[in-house]
Design a protein around this ligand. Structure first.
Ligand SMILES: [Zn+2]
Length: 330
């Protein structure tokens, strides 16, 4: 009997390099490396409180400082061989246009080294007139329109305005002829059905092929028939899904019953159903994920282990080609 030893990690990394390197399809580099002795105690707070925690930093920081924070992440990513990166940046009444100006500088600075796409994050929601104005003005400057419907949900504002939030996103994207990235189904909760809502709105606004859904984790908490119906519709609407495995592995223990699963995007079901999936780190070294070091291999490892997904070619595509598709890079 003869056999040859192989190193699956090495084979996978080689395939990723052959495809031009990693693509980090989702992160937030405007608030990376902002942990200090004063705000570290806030890192254990629930999500809807954390949304406002970087305000102190955002209000005081200069454009030059933001450029330094962003550059630190980009250097980190370049050292790993990341070829393209898509980052949300907050655009609101607190940070004003500073993130946009910093993004512009960083794009020029790294133009020959990495393909950067910036997406705006309505972290203050879209229901307040002042915040809406900042969001609408920023739409001209970003590459991709960004959304966070959960910010305008019962959880944060006491009424459910997620559908209205999505309508504003789609209207803005259509007006500027830009694609759309939306955070959905982050909480690993079967009561959340935001991927379904995003699909419905994509259909209503006739925007197939121009939308990426970030996370889709609550989908894993639904029954099989529902999940399969959503996969089919994601394919029909050509919506690409971006999984950020380590970001929600900290999904809180609770007493809600759901099919047995872990808190990852159900990628191993999505792939055979024909759904395209890309990979992102989400938060790097910030109040949300203070220990994240932005390592792409860590993300891919979480994904492949968590889902028992050992198809090397599929994993290589998730880490590269599909990331470019998600960032609408030709
Ligand atoms: Zn995010």
């Amino acid at each position: 009997m003869s056999w040859q030893q192989i190193n699956p990690k090495q084979i996978l990394l080689q395939k990723i390099a052959d495809n031009g390197g990693w693509v980090n399809a989702h992160t937030h580099i405007d608030r990376s490396y902002i942990i200090n002795d004063a705000n570290y105690s806030k890192t254990a707070d629930p999500l809807h409180l954390k949304w406002d925690h970087p305000d102190d930093f955002k209000a005081k920081v200069s454009v030059e400082d933001i450029v330094n924070h962003m550059s630190q992440v980009i250097e980190n990513q370049l050292a790993q061989g990341v070829q393209a990166l898509g980052s949300f940046i907050d655009c609101d009444s607190v940070v004003k246009d500073k993130n946009l100006r910093a993004a512009d500088i960083v794009k020029t600075k790294y133009k020959d080294q990495i393909d950067l796409k910036f997406i705006h994050q309505p972290i203050k929601g879209l229901m307040d007139k002042t915040e809406l104005k900042w969001f609408l003005e920023a739409a001209s400057f970003v590459d991709i329109i960004g959304g966070l419907p959960e910010r305008d949900s019962l959880l944060k504002i006491g009424v459910d305005r997620k559908a209205d939030h999505l309508d504003i996103l789609f209207d803005t994207a259509k007006k500027h002829k830009k694609p759309l990235h939306v955070h959905v189904d982050q909480l690993n909760d079967p009561n959340q059905r935001d991927t379904e809502l995003l699909i419905q709105k994509t259909r209503e606004h006739d925007y197939a092929g121009k939308v990426a859904a970030i996370h889709c984790i609550s989908l894993a908490a639904q029954d099989k028939k529902y999940r399969e119906s959503i996969y089919k519709q994601l394919v029909e609407q050509d919506i690409i899904v971006i999984a950020c495995p380590s970001a929600w592995i900290d999904s809180r223990r609770n007493e809600i019953s759901a099919p047995s699963h872990n808190s990852l995007t159900p990628v191993e079901e999505m792939l055979p159903a024909g759904v395209k999936v890309a990979l992102g780190t989400d938060d790097i070294a910030d109040i949300y994920k203070p220990f994240s070091d932005g390592d792409m291999w860590t993300e891919l490892r979480f994904l492949l282990e968590g889902l028992h997904l050992y198809d090397i070619d599929a994993l290589a595509k998730i880490a590269t080609i599909h990331g470019k598709s998600a960032l609408f890079i030709k």
